[in-house]
Design a protein around this ligand. Structure first.
Ligand code: SAH
Length: 221
């Protein structure tokens, strides 16, 4: 059984920890009312592609021989480097849930009294939770010596990330207007800005709540 290989066992423990973090925050936020819900067919298809790659293939690989056709040799140094990336991913995953607090939801939604979060890890990047999932996908590929169980999550999450992120930023712009545009100007999407953002002609304060219903999109980065 593949689970007996130490990197696979460590990955599996990480998967359980990730699942428990998610479960905890689902429970914590479930009483918060939602005022906007953009869960259309595209959103459902994107989620349906990510879930098996993230939650079904790794256990199949660890506990059954069903995916053994896609096994390959992977140096143990790479697998343990993947474990270090997995730990970084779990930290960022946890941290971004804590910082988003009651504003977090699994899909594109706004809560009653939704606040624009720009503190903690959100001070540096606009999508730390998605950054943690990119790291997770990389760790999964480096730790599981199977093309399918290891790497399927990357294209599935890439589709979700590149389609969902602009929609999410548009939703944030509609809700927080200039507050979000200013926040977007000062932060990177996945990586912190290394250069100082140019001053806008008119610089509104970074808002902590609804400002106006802006029409335009945030600056692309
Ligand atoms: N894209 C973010 C959040 C993912 S959770 C990240 O990767 O960290 C998705 C929900 O978070 C969205 O429905 C949106 O309502 C909310 N959200 C995203 N950015 C936010 C922010 N800066 N402040 C408050 N809510 C935010």
């Amino acid at each position: 059984m593949n689970l007996l290989q130490p990197p696979n066992a460590v990955f599996f423990i990480g998967l359980v920890v990730q699942f428990m973090i998610r479960h905890h925050f689902i429970q914590r936020t479930k009483s918060e009312k939602k005022t906007v819900r953009q869960v259309d067919l595209i959103e459902k298809i994107l989620l349906a592609a990510v879930l098996p790659a993230a939650l079904l293939f790794p256990p199949l690989y660890c506990f059954t021989p069903l995916l053994s056709f896609a096994d390959y040799e992977l140096a143990s140094s790479i697998r343990w480097a993947g474990a270090a990336i997995m730990i970084a991913s779990l930290w960022l995953f946890m941290r971004s849930h804590v910082d988003l607090g009651q504003n977090w939801s699994v899909s594109l939604e706004l809560r009653q009294d939704h606040q624009l979060v720009s503190h903690g890890v959100y001070r540096w990047v606009r999508h730390p939770m998605y950054a943690s999932i990119w790291l997770w996908g990389l760790a999964q590929g480096m730790m599981l010596a199977n093309w399918f169980a290891g790497w399927a999550v990357i294209p599935a999450f890439a589709a979700m990330y590149f389609i969902r992120t602009p929609r999410e930023e548009r939703l944030m712009c509609e809700e927080f207007g200039d507050g979000y545009r200013e926040y977007a100007r000062l932060t990177g999407r996945l990586f912190p800005r290394l250069t100082k953002a140019a001053e806008p002609a008119h610089a509104p304060e970074l808002a902590a709540g609804p400002v106006s219903n802006g029409e335009s999109s945030p600056p692309a980065r």
